[in-house]
Structures are given as C-alpha cells and as structure tokens.
Design a protein. Structure first.
Length: 159
C-alpha cells in the first residue's frame, strides 16, 4: 500500500465520506469512483477497519475520563484539605484520587485552595460524544461498504 492509499484510509476512517477522503488524499479526478475502487481492495478494507477500531478505543478512553470528571468523588480532595501538615507527604498524595482536581494552591497562611474540573462542561462533552456515537452507529462501516459496492454496480464497475 502506497502513501496516498494510506492517507485515503486515514481520511476515510475519520470522515466516512468516500469522495472527500479520496479527493483530499490526492485522487482529484473521479475521486468517488477511485474511492470505490480502493474500497474493493482487501488491504484497504483491513486498514480502514483497524483505524476505526483504534478510534473506538480512543473514544472509550476519552469517555471514561469524562465520566470520572463528571461523576468522580471529591472525598480525597476533602481528605487533603483537612489533613494535618505532618501527614501530607509523597505517599499520602499518591494514595489520593485527585483526577477531578484542576488546581491546588497552598496559601502563605497555610490554607489550601482546591479547584475542581467543570462537571457541567464534562457532562456536555460526554453528551456530545454519546450523540456522535449514535450517529456513527447509524451507518456502520459494513453498510458504507455495501452502499459503495451498489454504487459501483450502478455505475457499471465490477461487472
């Protein structure tokens, strides 16, 4: 597989827009027909499937992080806030779940100021991600391939 074909695979996996992916990959003439021909090749299908699988894993990691921000506990941050000064050491800090803490300030007076990640923003992003997943599942990859194959036959290719 050459660089142009690899670029096509990445662009198609990112957008599921055949014509645009082919055009942006450098297939300026007859981009849709060229894209359809590329999708017929086994190694192209396998590469796109692998890229889509990787994107799903990345999305799952992001989704898990957003859930932790949106629904995570503040208990360990409160433990830090009320800990005795002698108690606060590297081991103590490592034992705390401070994932949803965005900033900790130690004041000169000895007070500690803790800022948390914006839960509303995390919930909004989580909602947007869920909507995108719903849209993605409405047109699974195999249906896009079937659509492409039908279009090929309609245009007289592959007969």
């Amino acid at each position: 597989m050459n660089e142009k074909e690899k670029l096509f695979c990445a662009l198609y996996a990112g957008s599921l827009n055949l014509s645009e992916a082919a055009y942006r990959a450098g297939y300026k003439r007859n981009s849709e027909k060229t894209g359809l021909k590329l999708l017929e090749r086994v190694e192209i299908k396998e590469k796109i499937t692998a890229l889509l699988s990787s994107q799903q894993k990345d999305r799952a990691v992001v989704k898990a992080g957003l859930k932790r921000l949106a629904f995570g506990s503040a208990a360990d941050a409160v433990r830090l806030l009320y800990a005795e000064k002698e108690e606060v050491n590297e081991d103590f800090i490592k034992s705390l779940d401070l994932f949803n803490v965005s900033k900790i300030k130690f004041q000169k007076t000895g007070a500690i100021e803790i800022e948390f990640a914006d839960r509303i923003k995390a919930l909004n992003l989580l909602s947007q991600l869920s909507e995108a997943e719903t849209e993605d599942s409405a047109l699974p990859f195999y249906k896009a391939l079937e659509k492409g194959a039908r279009k090929l036959k309609e245009n007289g290719y592959g007969q």
